[in-house]
Write a protein that binds this ligand. Structure first.
Ligand code: HEC
Ligand code: HEC
Ligand code: HEC
Length: 485
């Protein structure tokens, strides 16, 4: 194969590592690696049982794998997989603040925010066992994700504790229970971070079901070759094995580290770090614009005129007040209505603030660029094939209001629906358990959402539109995804 695996195929990359160890023979390995990428050459026989087992292990949900290896189910957790309805309820509450199908004028859980103003729902770290703000920013930039104050919901179900470090100090006894109980942690955020009401018991079950759904899979953990080998052997034996459970636990952070940053002593001077305007622009686009986009329902004042915002922020850089760049990023604003939460140093480092300041200073001085080369935009793809044209038209009319680069940032880290070659290579169209994620959200009618964080979804999605997407996946996605010879 002439092409490296696409960056989004994190899971596939892990199995590049493990496949050669668990299966002997270079030819076999090649076939497995290819089949992991969703395109086994039909003429070469695949040794079915071994390959099937690897697929199966990679897809194991971490909570279930831990339980199989003998860990008790935590008191707050689900004892069996949730129903589809519960997941849908949780998804809807988290994304829109309302139950599915609620009236347009029904009140949201919080009048000021939805959970996804401050939390991603997809993976945001290239290595799950590390919290590295620079690596996270690059990772999010590749996936058009947002950089937010709250940590992602992806894998939150698999942690052992919440509201650690600084938040424990800030919230005190309010978070005693939340320290080891995800249900309590959700309620604290619903009430305090979100400035809304607590969830009812049924709603809370839905939210937990959705978090269960967005948990880690074994194949994406940060383990070395020995770790994977040990796990595969334990899964083969299918008996409780505390050592294997410990290996799983070592593959990701058990709690999210939370360290409060401070504004620099001399605001004018800043942190004394050289800023990189390119990285600063990423911070502005992926983070600030998420809330300051200027969309009608956006929770924060508009920075849609980026130059004007930059002028104001840089003009005030020496002023010690709540709206000063350093003060607001490190201390947030007072928690009332639509406030701005502070960024922990693990989410936005002093270096990244220096980068942002440098970018804003260039923009304010009339330099810099904005709005031309949005991050993540690949070379333009001009559809000529009729099916490509048809599916592009559907995506453009039904999906890109949420899955696009600008102005709001993409939903679910998917900002490239109309970049068909990239979409075709992405894990979204990789078959998992029969149907690809893209196919299943269309079949189950989960997408398009009706509303997301201030953006209205399309009116009406016809059966013909659905058919077009499904046909494109069946006929063109595997075709487009073929590696160049
Ligand atoms: C205005 C921003 C904001 C909103 C809205 C918000 N959160 Fe949070 N949330 C945070 C911040 C900041 C933290 C602490 C840092 C972190 O997430 O690790 C946090 C923490 C959490 C945690 C604990 C995370 C951990 O690892 O310690 C959970 C669970 C949580 N939020 C759930 C929710 C849910 C559910 C909603 C919607 C009802 C929501 N949040 C809405 C900002 C927000
Ligand atoms: C989770 C949403 C959110 C994110 C992300 C966010 N902000 Fe804010 N920001 C707010 C809200 C809400 C306010 C209004 C706060 C208030 O009135 O208390 C605000 C206010 C501000 C203000 C003061 C008001 C103004 O117009 O000057 C500045 C400056 C600011 N934000 C800068 C930033 C920068 C820089 C970033 C990116 C690093 C950023 N914000 C990211 C929500 C956000
Ligand atoms: C109103 C906003 C909105 C519209 C319109 C919309 N989406 Fe989404 N989409 C979202 C959000 C938010 C998520 C994250 C939801 C989640 O993962 O639960 C998402 C997630 C997805 C996912 C990933 C699901 C997963 O479980 O990983 C796919 C695939 C997707 N959308 C495809 C589409 C397609 C195709 C369309 C058009 C037919 C569309 N979306 C229209 C907001 C929208």
């Amino acid at each position: 194969m002439g092409q490296a695996p696409h960056q989004d195929q994190e899971r596939a990359r892990v199995w590049w590592l493990i496949a050669p160890l668990l299966l002997t023979g270079a030819a076999v390995t090649g076939v497995i690696v290819l089949s992991m990428l969703g395109r086994p050459p039909a003429q070469v026989p695949v040794p079915a049982p071994a390959a099937d087992r690897l697929f199966e292990y990679a897809e194991f949900r971490v909570s279930e794998a831990l339980h199989d290896m003998g860990e008790p189910v935590p008191t707050w957790a689900l004892t069996r997989p949730p129903t589809r309805e519960a997941v849908a309820l949780g998804r809807s509450l988290i994304h829109t603040g309302k139950a599915p199908g609620a009236a347009a004028d029904a009140p949201r859980q919080s009048p000021y925010f939805t959970c996804i103003d401050c939390h991603n729902v997809t993976r945001e770290d290239p290595v799950l066992a590390e919290s590295n703000p620079a690596a996270r920013l690059s990772y999010l930039a590749r996936r058009n994700g947002a950089l937010l104050q709250g940590s992602t919901f992806y894998g939150m179900y698999n942690k052992t504790g919440w509201y650690n470090g600084y938040w424990k100090k800030k919230y005190g006894s309010l978070v005693d229970q939340a320290q080891h109980d995800l249900r309590a942690a959700v309620q604290v955020c619903a009430q305090y971070c979100s400035q809304g009401r607590r969830f009812t018991d049924d709603e809370l079950d839905g939210v937990i079901a959705y978090l269960w759904h967005r948990q880690y899979r074994v194949g994406e953990l940060s383990l070395n070759e020995d770790g994977f080998r040990q796990l595969a052997a334990a899964f083969d034996r299918a008996a409780p094995d505390p050592a294997a459970a410990a290996v799983i636990r070592s593959g990701y952070l058990q709690v999210t580290p939370q360290t409060k940053g401070e504004p620099p002593a001399d605001l004018e001077k800043g942190y004394g770090l050289d800023g990189d305007p390119k990285r600063g622009r990423l911070v502005f686009d992926l983070s600030c614009l998420h809330c300051h986009s200027g969309a009608p329902d956006a929770p924060a004042p508009s920075f849609a005129d980026a130059r004007a915002a930059a002028k104001r922020i840089i003009g005030d850089i020496g002023q010690r007040n709540e709206d000063n760049l350093y003060m607001i990023l490190r201390n947030g604003t007072a928690q009332h209505r639509a406030y701005m939460p502070e960024f922990m140093t693990e989410r936005l480092s002093d270096q990244q603030i220096a980068d942002l300041r440098r970018y804003l200073a260039e923009l304010a001085a009339g330099g810099g660029t904005h709005g031309d080369d949005a991050p993540g935009t690949g070379p333009a793809f001009t559809p000529t094939n009729p099916l490509d044209r048809a599916v592009t038209a559907v995506f453009e009319s039904k999906c890109v209001m949420c899955h696009d680069h600008a102005p709001r940032g993409p939903a679910a880290g998917i900002g490239y629906l109309t970049d068909l070659p990239r979409l075709a290579r992405s894990p979204l169209v990789e078959p998992t358990g029969g149907a690809s994620t893209l196919a299943s959200v269309i079949q189950n009618k989960t997408m398009p959402l009706q509303r997301w964080s201030g953006i209205a979804g399309p009116t009406g999605m016809s059966e013909a539109d659905r058919r077009t997407i499904l046909d494109w996946i069946a006929q063109r996605a595997p075709e487009l995804a073929k590696p160049s010879p």
